[in-house]
Design a protein around this ligand. Structure first.
Ligand code: ADP
Ligand code: ZN
Ligand code: ZN
Length: 806
């Protein structure tokens, strides 16, 4: 018997399974989808691998190596996921091993560490220092904790003489949490007799005995018993040695908790629009029919309620449901809503969890102990079986696309899985991506629309403030008089306010007012960003930092000032102008700690603050009835992004954030400050008119031949030398030019939007195409070619449907 194994070595040669011999010891237990440790390459270095197939025959059986270890006795990937991995890898020009690793919790990624192994003990006779390392052991971890680095030259010499060898060990970091539990083993009569014989001072023993008498004959966590019977560990230990009970470590799950308990909620009675959408989706779930719905509903139209009720439907027909939400921002509130309906039947998967929690939630899903999964992008790989429904909330969000290898889009993966399971896929948004909306237009997806808010409240009224005028009239460039007046008005009424500072495309750098000089990163072609909290200038691409200068490096002037603004500065300014306002700040700095988003939002929900001031992260999902004013400080900064989706992104962001206003009984208002008041993205966001935006934007996309009329692929080239990077880009461009068909358009090669990052130079090529099989084949062979270029130090990245044109 042989196993086909994908090894943990991400190169083109290893992008297919290798055949290994299965030692008889493992022949009974080894199955497809298990993790194993195998020797690899000339040096037989140990690496982790995934068994993708077990076969009876191998092509060449001589020189086949043995599987060394099995990592765990259950397979970690089922047939569906193994097939999916191949598809994801091929579709996104990625290596299979990186897809397999993306599918699993982080801790299942093997960690390799170096060890020193003693081969010839006699060779150390004259070297007491080194001999001492190997007292009682043949293997020493090769790191600074265990080995004095001064010994390294000698160690390397000994390695040459084959006295020692340097090897690698594969560490499995996936640890199951165990807690101690105890169980009574004697009869009630026995315990009663013991109790009657106790000394009066033995109070803890007496309490423990009353527990043993009353409790069921089951293992109960020791901690719980100690707590509820006011015992201590010593008393339990003592009882164990007397043979009153036994203790045993039990497996326990680390289930992520929310900051406050979740109350159970009942399904709401759907309104007519919701009912219509629900019926369509629910019928499709019953029919087990592969179908995609685009649920286009204005903000607050009750999409989430439809999600919850359709999930319930999937469960009643014996199927499972997967719900994706963008990033962690949305998760605490959304998780709360889902858990309030389905309780412990929900597993949560997102990057805000600890490694242990993620591993345990994954195992609960893997073992079919839960039927509902809520999570961010990578949760699309959750090992749910018999999926009946997949929901992608805010389907237009760019975070569904992974911006590193494998560069998959969760929507594509969801589509594949829906087909596999004959499941229903629901894409929900107030502002669908143009791609999805266009597919609905063509009838590929079924469009379901919700035009009204669920709670009878109307969509907020929006005013656009022209900042050019506002500044002329004596306002500053952060707060217009209109916005300040509106904020004060709401404060007086004890209503709440959400203020958004649009950080994307918005720099926060220093400029010399004399000569225009801006401090830039030494490694990258970007301006450094001011971080007042640590008093440094920081590069957001490589992390380089320096102290904030007091004088211009170029001309020596002290008139060096901050350009742009951050949330912290806005908060200070707000406090000066409206001292009585209680402000909560929400940005990357205030949400770094685990659970901080949940805490901030809970505090705001409890009206412990009047104003929630934040970056884009406050635009989505928040549902607070008392918020009646939303202010956007700079509506237009996203318009200047070097990206054909700049208008779409701006429109989406403004519509989303506007949707936070007036969700309760009180009417809401939105004020958008902008220097581009006439831009269609801003005007149509003001009217909350998605359909008009869609039609307008589609005419531009058509004219400029962009998505969804054309597909796009971006190829990026990276090298330490600018010439080499350019050379590779031009070579590939010339080669492709002769292959692709006439309709295909090639843009570039051009330097990256940021030409140099971390001392690497970037070139890129953007290809727009409609149907081009030859291009696809060429891109596949480019992966092979990439392998050769890699040897010359050039890295190639192929990005299908890129969302980031940096
Ligand atoms: P969306 O997800 O479309 O932005 P939500 O699902 O958050 O909208 O709904 C907005 C508000 O309307 C929520 O407070 C929700 O509880 C309420 N809601 C939704 N559906 C109903 C309904 N059928 N009856 C009463 N209230 C509803
Ligand atoms: Zn200067
Ligand atoms: Zn840098």
């Amino acid at each position: 018997m042989y196993a086909r194994v994908i090894v943990d070595v991400p190169t083109m040669q290893t992008n297919q399974p290798y055949t290994y011999q299965i030692p008889s010891l493992f022949s009974e237990v080894l199955v497809r989808g298990m993790r194993v440790v195998v020797p690899f390459g000339k040096g037989n270095r140990l690496v982790q691998g995934f068994v993708t197939e077990i076969v009876d025959e191998a092509e060449k059986t001589d020189k086949l190596k043995d599987i060394m270890q099995i990592v765990e006795l259950e397979p970690v990937l089922n047939d569906e996921l193994l097939q999916l991995a191949i598809w994801v890898a091929n579709y996104n020009f990625a290596f299979r091993i990186s897809v397999l690793q993306t599918m699993l919790p982080n801790v299942m990624r093997a960690k390799y560490s170096k060890v020193l192994r003693l081969v010839e003990p006699d060779g150390l006779d004259d070297l007491p220092e080194i001999k001492a390392l190997f007292i009682d052991r043949d293997e020493v971890p090769f790191d600074t904790d265990n080995v004095d680095m001064a010994l390294v030259p000698t160690l390397l010499k000994l390695q040459k003489q084959r006295v020692l060898e340097i090897g690698y060990v594969v560490k499995n970091r996936a640890k199951v949490k165990k807690i101690n539990a105890l169980k009574p083993i004697k009869s009630v009569e026995f315990y009663e007799k013991q109790r009657s014989q106790l000394r009066p001072s033995a109070v803890k023993q007496a309490r423990l005995l009353s527990y043993l008498i009353q409790s069921p004959r089951l293992f109960v966590p020791v901690k719980e018993v100690i707590k509820s019977y006011q015992l201590d560990y010593a008393s339990v230990k003592q009882a164990e040695s007397k043979g009153w009970l036994i203790q045993k470590p039990l497996e326990s799950y680390r289930i992520p908790k929310l900051s406050t308990p979740v109350n159970k909620t009942q399904p709401l009675t759907l309104n007519a629009e919701q009912q219509e959408a629900y019926t369509n989706i629910a019928n499709n779930i019953s029919q087990n029919d592969t179908k995609t719905f685009l649920l286009e509903g204005v903000t607050g139209s009750g999409k989430t309620e439809i999600y919850l009720q359709t999930i319930a439907k999937a469960l009643t027909v014996g199927q499972t449901a997967l719900m994706l939400v963008p990033e962690i921002t949305l998760t605490p509130q959304m998780v709360r809503r889902v858990k309030s309906r389905f309780g412990d039947d929900v597993a949560v998967m997102h990057s805000g969890l600890s490694d242990g929690e993620r591993y345990d939630e994954w195992r609960r899903v893997q073992r079919s102990e839960v039927h509902v999964v809520v999570g961010a992008r990578s949760a699309v790989f959750a090992p749910l079986k018999s999926i009946g429904l997949i929901i992608i909330d805010e389907e237009h969000e760019s975070s569904y696309k992974q911006d590193e290898n494998p560069r998959y889009h969760a929507r594509d993966v969801a589509q594949w899985r829906a087909k596999y399971h004959h499941a229903t896929l629901v894409l929900g948004s107030a502002t669908p991506s143009l791609e999805s909306r266009a597919r609905a237009q063509k009838g590929v997806y079924q469009l379901l629309t919700l035009n009204h808010r669920a709670t009878n409240s109307t969509l907020p009224e929006t005013n656009v403030v022209d900042m050019r005028e506002a500044i002329k009239q004596g306002g500053d460039d952060v707060f217009s008089p209109q916005l300040l007046a509106a904020v004060k008005n709401r404060l007086a009424k004890k209503e709440q306010i959400v203020l958004m500072l649009n950080r994307r495309g918005y720099a926060n750098f220093l400029v010399c007012r004399e000569c225009g000089y801006t401090p830039r990163c030494v490694n990258c072609d970007v301006a450094l960003t001011v971080h007042k909290d640590i008093s440094r200038l920081v590069c957001h691409y490589c992390g380089y930092s320096e102290t904030i200068p007091t004088k211009c490096k170029n001309c020596g002037s002290t008139r060096i000032r901050q350009f742009g603004t951050g949330t912290q500065k806005v908060a200070e300014q707000l406090q000066q102008q409206i001292p009585q306002a209680r402000v909560l700040r929400m940005d990357v700095d205030t949400t770094r700690k685990k659970g901080s988003v949940d805490r901030l939002l809970t505090a705001f929900g409890n009206q412990e603050a009047d104003i929630l001031l934040g970056t884009q992260m406050i635009a989505k999902g928040l549902d607070f009835a008392n918020v009646t004013l939303v202010g956007v400080l700079n509506a237009d900064t996203t318009l200047s992004l070097p990206d054909f989706r700049a208008s779409e992104r701006t429109f989406q962001l403004l519509t989303q954030v506007s949707g936070r206003a007036g969700r309760g009984d009180k009417a809401g208002n939105v004020i958008m400050q902008t220097f581009n008041p006439d831009h269609y993205a801003i005007q149509l966001a003001r009217q909350q008119d998605y359909e008009a935006f869609y039609h307008q934007e589609m005419t531009f996309r058509h004219a400029w031949r962009y998505t969804p009329y054309y597909f796009t692929v971006q190829i990026k080239f990276e090298h330490e030398k600018v010439d080499e990077s350019a050379k590779a880009a031009y070579e590939v461009a010339n080669w492709l030019q002769n292959i692709v068909n006439n309709e295909t358009i090639m843009l570039g090669p051009a330097t990256g939007t940021i030409p140099r990052i971390k001392n690497k130079y970037y070139y890129r090529l953007v290809i727009k195409y409609r149907h081009d099989d030859k291009l696809m084949q060429a891109l596949e062979s480019l992966m092979q070619k990439g392998q050769q270029l890699q040897k010359k130090g050039v890295t190639i990245m192929i990005d299908r449907e890129p969302i980031n044109f940096m």
